[in-house]
Design a protein around this ligand. Structure first.
Ligand SMILES: *Cc1c(COP(=O)(O)O)cnc(C)c1O
Length: 320
């Protein structure tokens, strides 16, 4: 069965060799999978998830998408843009009250016509339950809401990355490369869950290693395994097991707070390969990539560049 999909992304995204980073890190071959260039707004990895989330919402005859996220949320901005593309309304729950200086992603969401709902919960951890509640309220008022948890981390949202794993495999086959390690930034876990479902289900030769940037690793790993298994089963693939889920704690001082080493990682990527990495995701994933390579992880290795360009630009503008 082919799950319903709405085309948002421009695929396949490019796979580039990173010769200058290879030299400075004295490791390789190294590649970057350019999912900053998924070609829908500046949604990065979120475009792949939304193709299937929106596909399911439309099949379900929904008229309003409901999700939530922190003010920096790339998923909220991307969902608002995707909703406008297909003519759905979009309501976004943001923890706490309206910030005095709005973030770039909330500005994108507002400009795209989404309704921002503040003051439902104080902490972002409580958003998923609030999203379900908010959707119930809309349903009681005669609407057809489609609630999506933070980051779109559901078996349906993960489908985009299950197929992205196969996309990478096709590029590797074409180029005669056998990738052994793929490193990705992990927030809600939907991206890594999909990559693991695809890697195992399509029998691909690499190990996926995630950099957990916002949630404690053991708890999130369990949740990702459940998501990955359900995702795989929904498209008749062999589901992964606990050994296939490799998640490292890269939170440091907290979500969005880059350490000196993370800053160095971002600078290396920018100065050697022209990649703009943000403090929330990219910089921390690149620190993990460097650490793994220094520890002798099998190569060729791929850095899965998930985007985060909105926050990277905002930080540059603020002189961070
Ligand atoms: C959302 C996001 C991630 C993490 O993806 P999840 O599916 O939430 O784990 C990584 N990088 C960037 C830039 C993101 O916006």
């Amino acid at each position: 069965m082919t799950p319903p999909r709405v085309e948002l992304a421009v695929l396949p995204t490019a796979l580039h060799r990173m010769p200058r980073l290879e030299k400075v890190l004295d490791a390789g071959p190294l590649y970057v999978k350019r999912d900053d260039l998924t070609g829908f707004g500046i949604s990065g990895n979120k475009a792949r998830a939304l193709e299937y989330l929106i596909g399911a919402a439309l099949t379900d005859k929904a008229d309003v998408l409901v999700t939530g996220g922190s003010p920096s949320s790339n998923f909220c901005a991307a969902t608002a843009l995707a909703a406008s593309r297909v003519g759905l309304e979009c309501e976004l729950l943001i923890p706490g009250s309206a910030p005095s200086t709005p973030s770039v992603n909330l500005e994108i969401a507002k400009a795209a016509g989404a309704r921002l709902v503040y003051d439902t919960v104080a902490r972002r951890e409580d958003l998923d339950a609030a999203v379900v509640n908010h959707a119930s309220g809309l349903r009681a008022a005669g609407r057809h809401p489609w609630p999506v948890p933070r980051g779109g981390a559901t078996p349906i949202g993960s489908l985009g990355y299950a197929y992205a794993a196969r996309e990478l495999a096709a590029q590797c086959n074409r180029d005669g490369v056998v990738v052994r390690t793929a490193v990705v930034a992990t927030g809600s876990g939907g991206t890594q869950a999909g990559l693991v479902a695809g890697q195992v289900g399509f029998g691909l030769p690499w190990r996926v290693i995630g950099a957990s940037v916002s949630r404690p690793a053991p708890m999130l790993a369990e949740q990702m395994l459940r998501t990955a298994r359900a995702c795989a089963k929904s498209i008749d693939l062999e589901p992964p097991t606990a050994e296939d889920v490799d998640l490292r704690d890269c939170r440091g001082e907290g979500f969005g707070i880059a350490s000196d080493e993370d800053r160095r990682s971002a600078r290396l990527a920018l100065e050697h390969e022209g990649l703009l990495l943000d403090d929330y995701y990219g910089a921390k994933a690149m620190t993990l990539f460097r650490t793994l390579l220094a520890d002798g992880v099998p190569t060729p290795a791929v850095f899965w560049y998930t985007g985060g360009v909105a926050e990277a630009l905002a930080a540059l503008e603020q002189g961070a």
